[in-house]
Design a protein around this ligand. Structure first.
Ligand code: FAD
Length: 279
């Protein structure tokens, strides 16, 4: 939809151009990723947009330390990554599944960015799920010309709430090689096949046997459980229940809290069993 209150649209072509604009960002002047959300609902408070898509950031960079996803990488780019190109990193197979958890058309996937998905911070944000289970660390550019790093699981602090300060922009998310070496599993529940995720769980089990479970969509913010080995069913269920006690099961038209709790317990147990089989 047209955003009729927007008076300025700026498209920096390089990093210096963006850096110079960061101090001007705030509640009324915001970064534009793919715009799949910004242009989908009225934004009467907005007077300016700073488009990130002409910066030319390499979408996916692989090195010995792992994979770095640019904030401007589209979901389509991630979905199209060929896991067989990363034989040492089986967790790359999770990328397509997480993209599929955003049930939009491929048109949306070609537009929606990793950064927009994380910074919008919907409970059902699958890029948050991906980053949470793979120890994703965000690089955030700050308006003073510097940068800071934060685990993505701490960057998202509630439903549509992040710890980003005015003028801060998400630059990239680093996924460490140690996490990428893990086998992974994903479980999603929604009220209808094309509905928004009401519970979205991702698990990983590393070569050392360590087990990690990311719980998203059913809680207002992401949460991660970690174990040295696959835990007993009762332990995992109790720990999942404790997350619900701590954060509250999320409640919106995509699922009641009681149903989200039930689906989360079921998904967690399915992932526990799947990753518990062999190493
Ligand atoms: C059919 C359909 C289905 C959808 N399903 C889901 C779903 O299941 N889960 C879900 O989470 N979303 C869903 N969405 C919402 C939205 O499309 C996605 O969250 C998408 O990933 C947002 O990315 P974007 O790049 O288009 O963000 P934009 O719309 O460009 O921006 C979203 C927000 O993030 C901010 N932002 C963008 N990039 C940055 C950055 N680098 N640094 C700081 N702030 C930034 C913007 O200022 C804005 O506030 C859906 C949308 C549609 C149309």
């Amino acid at each position: 939809m047209d955003l009729l209150t927007v008076e300025t649209f700026t498209r920096p072509a390089d990093d210096d151009g963006l850096r110079a604009l960061l101090p001007t960002l705030g509640p009324d002047r915001t970064p534009l990723g793919g715009g799949s959300w910004l242009f989908s609902v009225p934004q009467p408070h907005l007077v300016g947009l700073v488009d990130l898509t002409a910066l030319g950031w390499e979408p996916v960079v692989a090195d010995a330390g792992g994979l770095t996803l640019a904030a401007t990488a589209t979901l389509a780019t991630l979905a199209d990554l060929d896991p067989s190109s990363y034989p040492e990193w089986p967790a790359v197979a999770l990328f397509a599944g997480c993209c599929e958890a955003l049930v939009g058309s491929r048109k949306i996937w070609h537009t929606a960015t990793v950064g927009g998905n994380v910074c919008l911070a919907l409970p059902a944000a699958p890029m948050v799920t991906l980053a949470a289970v793979l120890d994703g660390e965000a690089t955030i550019w700050t308006p003073g010309g510097g940068s800071r790093r934060a685990p993505v699981v701490d960057l998202v602090v509630g439903a549509q709430r992040t710890s980003l300060a005015p003028g801060e922009v998400l630059r990239a998310i680093a996924l460490p090689a140690a996490a990428l070496r893990a086998r992974t599993a994903l479980r999603r529940a929604s009220l209808s096949p094309l509905g928004r995720s009401a519970s979205l769980l991702a698990g990983r089990r590393g070569p050392d046997g360590g087990f990690v479970l990311a719980v998203t969509a059913a809680l207002p913010r992401p949460a991660v459980l970690r174990y040295d080995d696959v835990p007993p069913a009762g332990t995992l269920a109790a720990d999942v229940e404790a997350l619900g006690d701590a954060h509250g099961w999320y409640d919106d038209p995509h699922g009641t809290p009681a149903w989200r709790r039930a689906m989360t317990l079921r998904g967690a147990e399915e992932i526990r069993r799947e990753l518990g089989e062999g190493r």
